[in-house]
Write a protein that binds this ligand. Structure first.
Ligand code: PEP
Ligand code: MN
Length: 354
């Protein structure tokens, strides 16, 4: 159920409604909007009676939410969510006018490699750096990541280049450590329905980047996000990264229709990962351009200075020069949609800097 407060409702009215919900053993989620505050209720095993709330001071109406997911839905919040990353002075936001570009290697391999990638992506205009310190690998014999040492290298890159760090947490135990270093906690495709991990990141103060499971439907994807919001963490970014199909010319089939589909049903931002979404370097730039044209709020792209030597996903990593080219192209596409790209000056459609 969603309790919509009147525009003139006072803080006291909101506290009163919240206290009533909590006294019923349920959870209240205050959702401030441009005009008025709404309060989502979760934890009720069956339907609630609207009249119980509509008689309280400051309440405009109580609405039953028809979708199985509640807090992520547009029924509960009409305005797009804009997620602030890092300290306020970083100015980095995901879901607003500026497209969020997260770039860097698949994994942190060593200090030189990560710092070289960080320098390159920063120079091209990215404001967020990716790199796994804990890698969920198909084979137990593949490189599993540097662990804590990798996180320390990421922290050094943040200090040197002022980039915000996006890195993966693979289980609830290692989340305590990853949380100390990351600006954004990534939950990977393989963990999209790891419910104990979703609940753990739901109790974190750090924003969460949730990647779509490799065979997840739209509803399953939004339900996974709901786990995080239901625990009280409303700072969640969705990421489309392709699904498994019969196609063998790509690693995954990137489902760009997910972008408009999510935008109808949810207020959460959605970005696209064309690297895992295609698995092949020559397909990354075209699909990244298409993702921005389709309305994505940003991209997550793998970049490596020496992809042939990469310990994971080298064949889908862009060379720094290609990433620079991509940034210029999406800057031009973004301009058509009134969106800007990181620190790269906007370009007009003809490719000239404005
Ligand atoms: C990644 O982004 O590092 C990754 C492992 O991707 P995915 O979870 O989408 O496979
Ligand atoms: Mn990868």
């Amino acid at each position: 159920m969603l309790i919509v407060m009147k525009p003139q409702a006072t803080e006291e009215d909101i506290r009163h409604v919240t206290a009533k919900i909590e006294a019923m053993g349920l959870r209240a989620h205050a959702i401030p909007g441009a005009q008025r505050t709404a309060i989502g209720i979760t934890g009720n095993p069956g339907p609630l009676e609207p009249a119980e709330f509509e008689t309280l001071p400051g309440v405009a109406e109580a609405i039953r939410v028809s979708k199985p997911y509640k807090l992520v839905s547009r029924e509960v919040k009409k305005e797009d969510s804009v997620i602030a990353i890092g300290p306020a002075e970083s100015g980095v936001k995901i879901g607003g006018r500026e497209l969020a570009i997260i770039a860097g290697p698949c994994a942190v391999e060593n200090r030189e490699q990560l710092l070289a990638a960080a320098e390159a992506v920063k120079k091209a205009g990215a404001r967020l750096l990716r790199g796994g310190a804990f890698k969920p690998r198909t084979s137990p014999y593949s490189f599993q990541g540097l662990g804590k040492e990798g996180l320390e290298i990421l922290a050094e890159a943040r200090r040197q280049f002022g980039l915000m760090i996006v890195t993966e947490t693979v289980d609830p135990e290692n989340c305590d450590l990853v949380e100390d270093y990351a600006d954004v906690l990534q939950v990977g495709a393989r963990n999209m329905q790891n419910f104990s991990l979703l609940k753990r990141v739901g109790r974190s103060k750090k924003p969460v980047l949730l990647k779509r499971g490799m065979s997840a439907t739209l509803e399953e994807f939004l339900m996974a996000a709901e786990y995080v919001l239901a625990e009280g963490n409303y700072n969640l970014i969705l990421c489309e990264r392709g699904v498994r199909t019969f196609a063998d010319h790509t690693r995954n089939t990137l489902d760009l229709s997910m972008i408009p589909a999510v935008k109808v049903l949810s207020h959460l931002p959605i970005i696209v990962d064309p690297s895992h979404g295609t698995g092949k370097r020559d397909k990354v730039i075209p699909l990244a351009r298409a993702a921005i044209a389709a309305g994505a709020d940003g991209l997550m792209v793998e970049v490596h200075s020496n992809p042939d030597q990469a310990l994971s996903d080298g064949y889908q990593s862009l060379f720094p020069g290609q990433f620079q080219e991509l940034m210029e192209q999406i800057s031009a596409i973004g301009a058509v949609l009134a969106r800007t790209v990181g620190t790269t000056p906007a370009m007009n459609v003809a490719g000239r800097r404005q």
